[in-house]
Design a protein around this ligand. Structure first.
Ligand code: ACO
Length: 428
């Protein structure tokens, strides 16, 4: 039987720190209110050079160093994020390219603040099933770019950053022992980024109404969070065969200190057992648990064989928990680290070379459709456009969304006022 151990961890947060007093320059709030209601004292905010991918790569490099795993040994890369670099390509593919992980599958995972625990659970399942040996799981967010800095209900809460873990297959018992994934889409409107998807593109109108920024019903989210933190932690401990007093460290999603205090009370577990760093980072969504795990490991709060429970909750609504036994990191090796740096340098050069080669291919071969190939050169050796170069006609940019063609039968049904038949009725 295979076990999925966490063998490496790393974090990255942007350099710029925004204190509560800084936020109070933007909206009507105060350090006292934010601290009392949330426990947040400051948050890191992305600078121009920071993005979800750049922070993910930095956190990943640290985690790979600790695990002693090279990029090209990875089988799978999962980036949990609600603020990906683009809709596509995935942030995970950008990470894959930077790490030279040329044997790895890579995808982004959308489960908001629960995303990292979802990712850990999928990675553990892939390892236990034998389909992956080495998996990189990242939680990363650049929430400062989707926050309305004029809305005091939300802008005081969030921060940017990334955390990563390397998970590896082992025959030794330990690692991720049980997980739980849950969702309730009926609460989707409680925490939502309405514009920017297929339902509502970002238009001037959407921007005017701030629909391209986080909208939240704070009180309802708070109620939901206090309910599920307790239930999810109990269920995952039960699955692992642990009682609450056997757990050494709880690493909850860092959304609000009052939510963590409420979980501590209802679980009957002293607050000292909860690892909390919300004061310094705010709510970094999918990044909050891996950042906290990394800090707890770096500070010696997490020791080998410690029993750990993590619980995440967030938009969707989603929630997830994991019970895991902390693993022993490999002894650090300087030469291994240097070798990795050389490897990432080579990966960067190889990526650039591939791009150049693709551009070259495109110039030489042009389109793959033979009917669109440039006309054969005439007798004088020149192509018929007279300059010897293939110059495709410029494609006009659509100025508005083209309407989709409706199949004839449906169109006639609509014209005659009849409703189109559902597909299964047609099959009958
Ligand atoms: N500064 C000063 N006053 C404020 C602020 C602020 N930043 N924000 C709200 N207020 C005011 C409100 O306007 C309200 O005033 P009113 O009574 O005159 O209307 C008053 O403070 C109380 O507002 P509440 O919403 O009741 O405040 P509450 O104690 O519930 O705290 C908070 C609000 C901090 C947002 C809390 O509800 C919370 O943490 N909810 C959970 C949010 C969360 O965890 N979200 C992330 C989920 S994870 C993810 O997926 C990203």
């Amino acid at each position: 039987m295979k076990y999925a151990h966490i063998t490496g961890w790393g974090k990255f947060v942007p350099q710029r720190v925004m204190t509560n007093d800084d936020v109070a320059q933007l909206v009507e709030t105060s350090d006292g209110w934010i601290r009392e209601r949330t426990g947040i004292g400051a948050r890191h905010v992305a600078g121009v050079a920071d993005s979800t991918a750049s922070m993910s790569i930095n956190a990943a490099i640290n985690a790979l160093d600790i695990a002693g795993v090279a990029g090209n040994q990875l089988d799978l890369i999962i980036v949990a994020t609600a603020t990906p670099e683009h809709a596509f390509p995935s942030t995970a593919c950008i990470v894959q390219d930077a790490l030279g992980a040329d044997r790895a599958g890579a995808f982004d995972l959308s489960a908001a603040c629960s995303g990292f625990v979802y990712g850990m659970s999928l990675a553990a399942d892939a390892i236990k099933a034998g389909s992956a040996q080495n998996v990189l799981v990242i939680g990363a967010e650049t929430l400062s770019r989707v926050v309305n800095w004029k809305d005091r209900n939300t802008c005081v809460l969030f921060g940017d950053g990334a955390g990563a873990v390397v998970m590896q297959a082992s025959d030794q018992p330990g690692g991720v022992l049980s997980t739980l994934l849950r969702s309730d889409g009926s609460g989707g409107d409680l925490l939502i980024l309405p514009a920017g998807g297929s339902k509502m593109p970002v238009t001037h109108e959407a921007i005017d109404q701030h629909l391209n920024t986080i909208q939240m019903n704070g009180r309802e989210v708070f109620r939901f969070a206090t309910r599920v933190m307790d239930r999810a932690a109990r269920e995952v401990m039960h699955k692992a065969g642990w009682t609450a007093d056997q757990v050494d460290v709880f690493v909850p999603h860092q959304a609000n200190m009052r939510i963590i205090e409420s979980a501590s009370k209802s679980l009957g577990i002293p607050l000292e057992k909860f690892y909390c760093n919300i004061e310094y980072y705010g709510n970094t969504s999918a990044a909050s648990i891996p950042i906290a795990l990394t800090e707890a490991a770096e500070s010696g709060r997490l020791r080998p064989n410690d029993r750990v429970v993590t619980v995440g909750f967030g938009a969707g609504l989603t929630w997830a928990a994991a019970a895991l036994q902390w693993s022993q990191p490999r002894p650090p090796s300087r030469s291994r680290k240097t070798l990795s740096r050389v490897g990432y340098g080579i990966a960067g050069m190889r990526s650039r070379a591939k791009r150049v080669l693709r551009r070259f291919e495109d110039r030489v071969f042009g389109t793959l459709d033979p009917t669109l190939r440039p006309p054969a050169p005439g007798r004088n050796g020149k192509s018929s456009n007279g300059n010897g170069k293939y110059a495709p006609a410029p494609t006009p940019m659509p100025t508005q969304v083209p309407s989709l063609p409706i199949p004839d039968r449906d169109a006639s049904a609509l014209e005659s006022g009849k409703q189109p038949q559902p597909v299964d009725e047609k099959l009958d």
